[in-house]
Design a protein around this ligand. Sequence first.
Ligand code: NAD
Length: 272
Amino acid sequence: MRLDGKRAVVTGGASGIGRATALRLVAEGAEVWVGDLDATGGETLVAQGSGRIRFLRTDVTDAGQIEALMAAPDQLDIVFNNAGAGGARERIDEIAPDDWDRTQALLLRSVALGIRYAAPLMAKAGGGAIVNTSSVSALGTGYAPIAYSTAKAGVLHLTKLAAAELARDNIRVNAVVPGFITTNIFTRHLDVAEEKRQAANQAIAAIAAGAQPVARAGRPEDIAAAVAYLASDDAAFVTGTHILVDGGMTVGTRASWDPQSPSLFTALEAFQ
Ligand SMILES: NC(=O)c1ccc[n+]([C@@H]2O[C@H](COP(=O)([O-])OP(=O)(O)OC[C@H]3O[C@@H](n4cnc5c(N)ncnc54)[C@H](O)[C@@H]3O)[C@@H](O)[C@H]2O)c1
């Protein structure tokens, strides 16, 4: 039980990566306070948490609500700043200023403020571990819209700088960088009947297994395992960095691992 006696806060824990992580932290001995907009999903999780998960309806774009969530446990050892959504989808030459701001507030400011309000409490308890959710879209193009990807790149830099500032208080700050993980994030914004949303989720699940070198879909539990490691004393000498959990999605060109993908070399074979 690596996390015996630890108290953790998880944002965005009512679904997907946050939900799997809350359950994993509990399985490793922690007690978890989940903050999320989705009260129904939150209460469902509480029912599955063996009495070790509590839920606080929290909007991470509201500084006061983040502060209250961080203060909920009587001692704060672990924080997973994870809540998020796809954000504005427009190109840079079309995006509205307010949509840009809303996306940064949800995906970057929320993480900064999560650290802001967690750090003094952790320092008081003698230290702690913070993990932030970034994305492969922080590393390159073509994974997600520009406002989202820019915010996720900001999360990586924020992680590094916060690690430097907080090391004196024995607080480690790291990030996870998920690849393509099958969750509700891809269809949440669709304003369609539930049946259609399920069909869209199935279409996404069908492409997920072939989206990267590891030939299966990425699962929320894959990310939860990395977060549990970073939150634990096994990572006691790890700070200011990130773990990429993407099934190899970012190794290089698709042609390097997918024999069906056209490449210079297969094109030349026709002339030999
Ligand atoms: N699924 C992927 O492929 C993927 C890849 C890279 C990064 N991520 C990131 O992982 C994190 C979790 O996403 P997921 O895939 O589990 O999606 P998800 O939609 O399953 O879960 C996201 C959760 O965040 C909550 N949330 C959204 N806005 C909120 C707000 N303002 N305040 C509080 N809670 C809010 C939602 O209610 C939901 O429960 C996000 O930061 C996302 O950007 C996901």
